[in-house]
Design a protein around this ligand. Structure first.
Ligand code: SF4
Length: 203
């Protein structure tokens, strides 16, 4: 059964997810939304407008009921960095146990400064989409507007370790040219965790 369109909060596996924006820095060829699908499991995530911090806090309800609160959706949450940070601070005060951002790792590039210190004491975990073992593979699948995106994502990942206790990167097994072992080795060299994702599995 499909749920209400444009839902702000949604629950998967005991975690509460916050749908922050439809917008993205990247235009990933494998992204469901660029293939006409805005649905994750039964949740319809295409937002009619971006939610305010008040609405994002309200969409969680009681954060102590969830293992984790995750800024996610079918868009890049850090494009709304300041609203995300405000929401995280308020959820923390309400007792959120763990707060994560799923991100493309390009916020420092977008904002033109190193934003990773902003996460200190607010964000417990970052899941960063690495999506390739080198710039050529990354560019093929993520289609960034900017040629420095891959390097910027790696730098963001390394810097984030100083301010966020749990940093991981992920890559999708099954995308042409993506060498998951090489991605995992790169994660090791950066001192962060690696998560292998499966092609076609969203949410
Ligand atoms: S960053 Fe995520 S939401 Fe944005 S285009 Fe890529 S896969 Fe889709």
């Amino acid at each position: 059964m499909l749920r209400n369109p444009g839902c702000i909060g949604y629950t998967l596996r005991g975690n509460r997810y916050i749908n922050v924006t439809n917008r993205c820095t990247l235009r990933c060829a494998f992204c469901p939304k660029f293939n006409g699908t805005w649905t994750v499991q039964s949740y319809r995530l295409r937002l009619a407008r971006e939610p305010t911090a008040d609405e994002m806090v309200a969409s969680v309800g009681n954060p102590t009921e969830f293992r984790e609160v995750v800024f996610c959706g079918l868009g890049e949450p850090t494009l709304r960095l300041y609203e995300v940070l405000e929401t995280a601070a308020r959820l923390r005060k309400l007792g959120a146990r763990r707060i994560r951002i799923n991100t493309d790792g390009l916020a420092s590039l977008v904002f033109g400064r190193d934003v990773t210190p902003d996460f200190e004491d607010l964000i417990d975990a970052l899941s960063i989409s690495m999506n390739g073992q080198d710039a050529r593979t990354y560019n093929q699948h993520c289609r960034p507007r900017d040629n420095v995106s891959f390097a910027s994502m790696l730098k963001f990942t390394s810097r984030a370790r100083e301010f966020v206790p749990d940093v991981s990167v992920s890559a999708i097994d099954g995308l042409p040219g993506v060498d998951v072992s090489a991605c995992s080795a790169l994660a090791d060299r950066m001192g962060v965790k690696f998560r292998r994702r499966e092609l076609g599995k969203v949410g």
